[in-house]
Design a protein. Structure first.
Length: 506
C-alpha cells in the first residue's frame, strides 16, 4: 500500500486508479529514481531526499514520484554512522555546556572541547555525532531493489489499487479459484459471503467481502489485511474481476478491476497457512491427536444455500461409510455478520451440520432451531462435546456399517492385526468384538493362531532378557509383547529404566 495522501485516482465516470504500467514516461521516471537511490549509497538521507525533490519539480505529477520513491525506500537500508554513539555524545555535550555556560560560539566550542576531552575524541567527532541518528543524517548503507523499472511500475499499480480499496465498503470478487480466495479471506480475518451469479464471468461464484469502511470503527489492521487480499488475488487467481463500492469522503463510487489491471511482479504467492484462527487450529490439533474413525478436512466443498454458497470450516468424514458431517465454528464479528450467518444456516438443507457457537453471541438456541447440532464454547472448542456428537452418528450408522460383516471370521493369515482386519472389511475395530474367531486367539491388537503362539513359546523361557523375548515375538509377527507373554504364562520383572527379565507368573 501507499500512504493515503499519495493516492492517484480519476473520478470521471467512476473511480479509477491512475495506473502507469506500460507508460514509457513513467518507465523513464522509475529508472531515474532507481539510479538516484543507487547513486546515493554512502550519503546522508537528506542528500537523497533533495535529489528526489528535484525530480518532483521536473515531473508532471509529484505524487507519482513520491509514490515510486516510497516503494524504493522499502528496499533501502539506512544506518547511523558516528564516531561516538549519538545519545552519549549529546549527554556529555549538554553536561559540558551546562558547566561552561554557553552563550555564544566561543562557549559552544569550549563545551565541545570539554566533552571531547571527557570522551577521548576530537571536537569534530563530537560535532559529527551529536545528531547523527536523526532521520535526515542517517546514511544510505545499501540499496538492493527487487524490481527493474518496469516491475517497479507493476508494483506501484498494485500498491495504488490496494490504497484505493482501503476506502471500500464492499468488494465483490469472481475468480477461477474461488476456494483459494475464500481461504485467503479467512486467513486475513476478513468478513465474507459467497453468492451465485448466473451472468458472464470467470465463475458463477462471487465472493463478497465487507470492507474496512463498513465496520463500526475502521481499523488500520483490518484495512491493511483487506488490501493484502488483492495481492493474493493478483498472484494466484488467474482470471478474475473485482467490483468495489468506494466511500470517498461521503460520495459513493464504483471501482472495477480485473487481472488485466493489476499483477504481482516476480513475487511468489503468499503461502496459505493451515488455519485462519487460533480457535480452529487448536481444535484441529486436539481432534487429530485422538485418532478416531473420522478424518478431518479443512474447508470442504461449498454448500448451496439458496442463491448463495457457504464453505464450512471443516468436514468430518467417517472412514467406514459414505457419510460426512460438516462443522462450522461461529465466532463473533458484527451483529450484521452474525445475522447473515444465521440466515445461511437456515438455508442449509440435506446435510449434517454441527455448529460451534461462541457463548458470547447468545444465538445457540436460534442455531438449534434451524435443525443443526450445536455445541457452545468460550475461548476454545471443547473436543469432547464434538466427539460425543460424532459418537451419536456412529451409533446410527452401526447397522449400516456392520450389515455385511459375518458372525464368524477365519482370517487366512496366521497373525493379523485387528486394525488391518477391520480395514479389510470396512468396519471400525470395535465391530470385531461381536465376531467369533474359531481358529484365532486375540492378543491385544492382534489375532493369532494358537499353534503359532505355542511355537514361539518354545523360544521363550523364564530368566531371559525382556528385549530378547520381544525380538522373538516380533519375528513371529506378535508386536504386542506384553499380551503375548501373559498368554504364555509369563510376566516381566522390570529393572528400572534399563530393561526387564521374563519371569513365570506366580
Amino acid at each position: 500500500m501507499l500512504r493515503k495522501d499519495l493516492l492517484r485516482v480519476s473520478r470521471r465516470g467512476g473511480y479509477r486508479p491512475q495506473f502507469v504500467a506500460g507508460d514509457p514516461d513513467a518507465r523513464r521516471l522509475a529508472a531515474r529514481l532507481i539510479g538516484v537511490h543507487q547513486g546515493h549509497v554512502g550519503e546522508r538521507r537528506a542528500a537523497l531526499d533533495d535529489a528526489v525533490t528535484d525530480l518532483e519539480r521536473e515531473a508532471d505529477d509529484y505524487k507519482l514520484v513520491r509514490g515510486l520513491a516510497s516503494l524504493l525506500e522499502r528496499e533501502a537500508a539506512f544506518e547511523t554512522r558516528a564516531p561516538v554513539p549519538p545519545e552519549r555524545a549529546r549527554r556529555v555535550a549538554f553536561e559540558s555546556a551546562e558547566a561552561v555556560g554557553v552563550a555564544g560560539d566561543a562557549e559552544r566550542e569550549a563545551a565541545l572541547a570539554r566533552a571531547a576531552d571527557r570522551l577521548g575524541v576530537g571536537p569534530a567527532d563530537i560535532e559529527a555525532s551529536l545528531y547523527a541518528d536523526r532521520d535526515a543524517n542517517r546514511v544510505l548503507a545499501g540499496f538492493d531493489p527487487r524490481w527493474d523499472p518496469e516491475e517497479l511500475l507493476v508494483q506501484y499499480d498494485l500498491s495504488l489499487a490496494q490504497t484505493a480499496l482501503f476506502d471500500a465498503t464492499e468488494v465483490r470478487v469472481r475468480s477461477t479459484d474461488p476456494k483459494a480466495l475464500v481461504s485467503a479471506a479467512k486467513r486475513l480475518g476478513l468478513l465474507y459471503d459467497i453468492r451465485v451469479r448466473e451472468d458472464e464471468g470467470p465463475t458463477d461464484r462471487e465472493v463478497v467481502l465487507t470492507g474496512p469502511d463498513a465496520l463500526f470503527r475502521r481499523t488500520r489492521r483490518y484495512g491493511t489485511a483487506f488490501a493484502r487480499l488483492l495481492r493474493t488475488v493478483a498472484a494466484t487467481a488467474g482470471e478474475w474481476t473485482l467490483e468495489a463500492d468506494i466511500d470517498d469522503r461521503g460520495r459513493e463510487y464504483l471501482l472495477e478491476l480485473s487481472d488485466g489491471d493489476v499483477s504481482v511482479p516476480g513475487v511468489e504467492p503468499l503461502a496459505e497457512p493451515a488455519f485462519d484462527s487460533g480457535v480452529e487450529a487448536d481444535f484441529a490439533a486436539r481432534f487429530r491427536a485422538l485418532d478416531l474413525d473420522w478424518d478431518l478436512t479443512r474447508e470442504p466443498e461449498p454448500l448451496r444455500v439458496g442463491s448463495r454458497v457457504m464453505i464450512p470450516d471443516f468436514a468430518f468424514e467417517y472412514r467406514h461409510a459414505d457419510f460426512r458431517v460438516f462443522f462450522e465454528v461461529m465466532g463473533f464479528w458484527t451483529p450484521e455478520y452474525v445475522e447473515k450467518k444465521l440466515g445461511q444456516l437456515a438455508d442449509v438443507e440435506d446435510v449434517e451440520l454441527v455448529v460451534a457457537v461462541d457463548e458470547s453471541l447468545g444465538v445457540g438456541e436460534e442455531v438449534a432451531a434451524r435443525d443443526h447440532r450445536v455445541v457452545t464454547y468460550s475461548g476454545t472448542v471443547r473436543v469432547k462435546e464434538v466427539v460425543d456428537v460424532l459418537r451419536e452418528y456412529e451409533a446410527d450408522l452401526a447397522a449400516e456399517v456392520t450389515a455385511g460383516l459375518p458372525a464368524e471370521l477365519v482370517p487366512d493369515a496366521d497373525v493379523v492385526a485387528v486394525e488391518d482386519l477391520a480395514a479389510e472389511h470396512g468396519v471400525p475395530t470395535d465391530a470385531l468384538d461381536d465376531v467369533a474367531f474359531p481358529e484365532h486367539e486375540r492378543l491385544g491388537g492382534t489375532f493369532v493362531r494358537p499353534e503359532v503362539l505355542a511355537a514361539v513359546g518354545d523360544d521363550i523361557e523364564a530368566g531371559m532378557a525382556y528385549g530378547d523375548a520381544e525380538d522373538a515375538l516380533a519375528d513371529a509377527g506378535l508386536t504386542d509383547a506384553s499380551a503375548a507373554l501373559s498368554a504364555l504364562g509369563y510376566r516381566v520383572e522390570w529393572e528400572g529404566l534399563g530393561g526387564g527379565t521374563v519371569r513365570e507368573k506366580g
